[in-house]
Design a protein around this ligand. Structure first.
Ligand code: ADP
Length: 481
């Protein structure tokens, strides 16, 4: 670690480091070395409820600030994040393990949510119209929903946080952010920049805990939280939806995916390979949008597989601290075990290994880029998120067969589709059961676009103007004048 990064970690964890050896702690490890970066005192239920107290104390004054003021804070935070992108990227790499290039991409993407919502904050509009029966006028306004609980995962520790904090602040809400215990440092760094940019104390409160289930339950039971925005697994999403039902609060859920990547017989295979590398290898495959299974037209199969093996085989895997590293480790040993288990399962059912497939010895939670071919339909890897750099490839002979396979999942976040015929692509896009379709593209994420899934991939949308409305309540006043 560089002295500058050391200094940043000291600053953002000031007051949170453990001094009492018997107290509960959250230990943050570097996945590339397996060594601890720092231990923080774990916030318990009482600390989380104090955060709710602080948020409640400032809620009314904060909701009354002008949109221009909130917009200014967001814009200054955007600028500062971009100015400090190298250091923030180092922090993300250190706690998450992604390569420096991936981490820089994440900082830019994360900061853009602040710029976008700085621009949207001043465009919250209502409407006025005459009631059709002529009895009165209908006045519609949008008010901040209130205290929001924001729960984020470890795979994009900056972007998953800014995608929620940005619209919450733009709307005039107060918030409690609970980052994943694997990656709390990035969240603390972002909260610090917001404060430096003028965000009043108490508006955003970061709760770092090793007992997420208990702390979140207590916060929801407390009754002051009015909105829950969660990004994580479908499994935990279901638990939280049930809990949120008890106090009938608004929820936005970005849950798991199982993205298909379709290459039709008329596709530009080179372009499809470029897209495949982004869709599969961004963040080492640890993204809910990651291409999880590849369906390739029989006539283009061998060409695609040859290119995929060549390109994935050329990727340098290593510690993100090395400048040559293109792909870092997975988040932890458990993630490696799961990837290996899914590869072994596919092989035991008759798939063939075209690249990688073996967990390396040595420190750090590394897994090599892996390509599996002739993967049978019952292989678990086609039905479960692998969350690693593993690409299973399946052949198909007709569009209907490919569509049926693509839609054969409880998930529906994103689907990738490559074809040389845009009209054919648009027709198939309409039949893909997904909240997002990447048509001849390897990436959909964009702060200006509505991000979200259908089926068990979630509820609601993040980003775009729609994302702001998750944090607003509609009020209607009937009146005459
Ligand atoms: P992942 O597989 O990406 O770790 P999880 O759904 O387990 O996804 O975790 C996403 C976020 O949800 C993390 O911040 C984690 O601490 C939190 N979390 C996990 N279990 C619970 C729970 N029972 N209640 C509330 N939050 C939880």
């Amino acid at each position: 670690m560089t002295p500058v990064l050391d200094g940043l970690i000291e600053d953002i964890t000031d007051g949170r480091q453990t001094s009492d050896p018997s107290a509960r702690e959250v230990r943050v490890d570097n996945p590339a070395t397996g060594r601890p970066l720092i231990s923080l005192a774990a916030d318990d239920v009482a600390a989380a409820l104090r955060a709710a107290d602080q948020a409640s104390a400032v809620a009314e004054a904060w909701a009354a600030t002008s949109a221009r003021e909130r917009s200014g804070i967001l814009m200054r935070t955007f600028t500062t994040m971009i100015e400090r992108r190298e250091l923030l990227a180092d922090l993300i790499s250190a706690e998450n393990g992604k390569s420096h290039a991936d981490a820089l991409g994440e900082v830019d993407y994360a900061a853009e949510y602040f710029r976008w919502y700085a621009e949207e904050a001043v465009r919250i509009r209502g409407e006025v119209f005459d009631s059709p029966n002529g009895a009165n006028r209908v006045l519609v306004t949008h008010e901040p929903v209130g205290l929001c609980l924001l729960i984020t995962p470890w795979n994009f520790p900056a972007a998953m946080a800014t995608r929620k904090i940005g619209p919450a602040i733009a709307a005039g809400c107060t918030a409690i952010l609970k980052p994943a215990s694997e990656t709390p440092l990035t969240a603390l760094a972002i909260a610090d920049i917001l404060r430096e940019s003028g965000l009043p104390d108490g508006v955003l409160n970061v709760v770092v805990t090793d007992t997420a289930g208990k702390v979140v339950r207590a916060l929801l039971d407390d009754g002051r939280v009015r909105m829950l925005s969660f990004t994580g697994s479908t499994e935990v999403g279901r638990i939280l939806l049930a809990q949120a039902s008890e106090t009938v609060i608004k929820t936005a859920m970005e849950l798991g995916g199982n993205a298909p990547f379709l290459v039709l017989d008329d596709a530009d295979v080179d372009a499809a390979l470029d897209g495949a590398l982004i869709a599969k290898m961004r963040n080492g495959g640890q993204a809910c949008t990651a291409a999880n299974r590849f369906y390739v037209a029989d006539s283009r199969h061998d060409e695609f597989v040859e290119g995929l093996v060549e390109r994935m085989g050329a990727i340098t895997v290593g510690d993100p601290a090395e400048s040559s590293t293109q792909c870092g480790p997975l988040i932890n040993a458990e993630a490696v075990r799961k990837a290996q288990e899914l590869v072994d399962d596919a092989l035991s059912r008759g798939a063939r290994l075209a690249l990688g497939g073996e967990t390396p010895d040595g420190p750090g939670s590394f897994y090599p880029p892996t390509v599996l071919v002739d993967v049978p339909a019952d292989a678990r890897i086609l039905h479960e998120e692998v969350f690693g750099p593993v690409a299973p490839v399946v052949r198909f002979t007709s569009d209907d067969e490919a569509l049926a396979a693509a839609n054969d999942t409880v998930h529906g976040l994103v689907s990738y589709l490559y074809t040389g015929d845009l009209a054919r692509g648009l027709r198939l896009s309409a039949r893909l059961e997904a909240g997002m379709v990447a048509l001849n593209r390897g990436l959909v994420s964009d702060p200006a676009a509505p991000f979200g899934g259908v089926k068990q991939s979630g509820l609601g949308r993040e980003g775009s103007h729609e994302g702001l409305h998750e944090y607003l309540e509609t009020k209607y006043v009937a009146t005459t004048w």
